[in-house]
Design a protein around this ligand. Structure first.
Ligand SMILES: [Zn+2]
Length: 104
């Protein structure tokens, strides 16, 4: 019986050790993820300044001028020159949602 108790006790120690190792791995992973996030934030994305706008004619225009992008956030109806139509068209959507085709 003494031998059996000793075996159970030994298994408990192994279990605790395994949990400690797992916790240490989680901490290491979090540190690596945080370092990766900082690196990603420091490098600007290629299309960061491009804001898509959907025009009343159905075409999508990409605005790269930060001043015009800021103007888009102002309330009210706006028009933007559509190069395909060669005419001013009312902006119906701006931002990532403008890339979605209406009705889908
Ligand atoms: Zn157009």
């Amino acid at each position: 019986m003494t031998f059996a108790d000793g075996t159970v006790h030994h298994k408990k120690l192994d279990g605790n050790s395994a949990i400690r190792n797992a916790q240490r791995k989680v901490v290491e992973f979090n540190a690596a993820a945080a370092a990766a996030a900082v690196t990603a934030a420091a490098q600007p994305r290629e299309n960061e300044a491009e804001t898509p706008v959907r025009l009343a004619c159905g075409h999508v225009a990409f605005i790269t001028d930060p001043k015009i992008v800021g103007w888009l956030s102002v309330e009210g109806e706006k028009a933007y020159y559509c190069r395909t139509c060669e005419a001013d068209q009312v902006i119906t959507a701006a931002g990532p949602g403008a890339l979605r085709t209406p009705g889908t």
